[in-house]
Design a protein around this ligand. Structure first.
Ligand SMILES: [Zn+2]
Length: 352
């Protein structure tokens, strides 16, 4: 009797141990990491109306339990700096130093990366940051967005979405902060964006608030109550060390602010807050000769460049519609109707 009782006790104890270890391990797609481990796998997007795709994912599970941070990059697969920054972080993050769990997705849009196609997923010609929360029975972009919403957004506490200047965009680094009106959440997301340290921050208001039509990844997380930011660095196919470092060190700063890494964050003290964006759009095809560079401050009415036809005859002189900062400008001579010639940011009259 006594013997059977102690066997039972030992059995229960072992079961408890197994369960508690299992409870602390963290799985995303095919990647499972026990506490203190780093694991790689895939988010498997099944075939549907078009082909399947496997999105790489890494789980870094800290020795100490805590909150879950998701880092997602490469929705636009030729915004290389952001992708390389996450690759660096995969190597750099040490589970022994980490409190909580980090999910890293370095490259959402694999077809864009491999085929060197900017802006869209060449499989279905859709931007992979416009169709959230996605659809299980949609095209590949929608099915991938659906899986990311379910496997990553729904399971994280905080999210950072990484972008940059695409192949045809000369971009100066900046972040987006999207206040929701929920005070505690907005305070935390603001702390995240300041700790990240990029010196231009766009206040992104008036975004979709319907959870079924959130469009953007960070907004999908924000609407679901998770503090989220967007960060952008890099330009026109380049991978410059300074740009990569902005994203890598910024991430570590935000993780310190979230108490996921030891050490004090060094938040940016007086960033340039941008309250409004103004796009300059091409109204026809032509050859673009810019007069401004990324980061240039322009006054309303200033000439941004000239556009000629294919015989060299001037056909347009786009001007700045507002006074502000050139956040990005078309980096290549090619222009077709509807292309973005420049994106100007109007500096906010006061910090939020
Ligand atoms: Zn992008």
């Amino acid at each position: 009797m006594h013997f059977r009782k102690s066997v039972l006790a030992a059995f229960l104890f072992l079961t408890f141990l197994c369960l508690s270890v299992r409870a602390q391990s963290f799985t995303v797609g095919t990647a499972t990491a026990a506490p203190g481990q780093k694991s790689a796998g895939f988010l498997q997007v099944p075939a549907g109306v078009d082909v399947a795709t496997n999105i790489p994912v890494v789980v870094v599970n800290g020795t100490k339990p805590g909150r879950v941070l998701a880092l997602v990059s490469g929705a636009h697969g030729t915004e290389y700096t952001s992708i390389i920054a996450i690759e660096k972080l995969i190597g750099a993050l040490d589970p022994a130093q980490l409190t909580g769990t980090v999910i890293l997705v370095p490259l959402v849009n694999i077809a864009s990366f491999e085929q060197k196609v900017p802006h869209v997923n060449p499989t279905d010609n859709k931007s992979m940051n416009r169709f959230y929360p996605g659809k299980a029975d949609g095209t590949q972009t929608e099915r991938a967005s659906y899986l990311i919403t379910k496997e990553i957004v729904d399971r994280c506490d905080y999210l950072i979405d990484y972008h940059g200047g695409d192949l045809d965009e000369s971009l100066r680094p900046y972040a987006y902060w999207g206040p929701t009106g929920r005070e505690a959440q907005d305070r935390l997301s603001k702390e995240m964006v300041l700790a990240f340290g990029l010196d231009h921050i766009i206040i992104w208001s008036e975004r979709p608030s319907d959870p079924a039509a959130t469009r953007y990844l960070d907004n999908t997380a924000s609407v679901r109550g998770k503090p989220s930011i967007v960060v952008e660095a890099g330009h026109a196919g380049t991978v410059e060390t300074d740009d990569v470092n902005l994203l890598v060190n910024g991430t570590l700063g935000t993780m310190r602010a979230l108490k996921m890494l030891p050490g004090e964050p060094h938040p940016i003290e007086n960033p340039v807050w941008i309250e409004k964006l103004s796009d300059v759009i091409a109204d026809g095809p032509g050859i673009w000769y810019p007069l401004v560079k990324r980061g240039t401050h322009v006054s309303a009415g200033m000439k941004l460049g000239t556009i000629t036809d294919y015989f060299g005859k001037g056909i347009a002189e786009p001007r700045a519609p507002v006074t502000g900062v050139v956040l990005h400008v078309n980096a290549v001579p090619s222009l077709k109707k509807g292309d973005n010639i420049a994106d100007l940011g109007v500096v906010a009259s006061h910090a939020p």
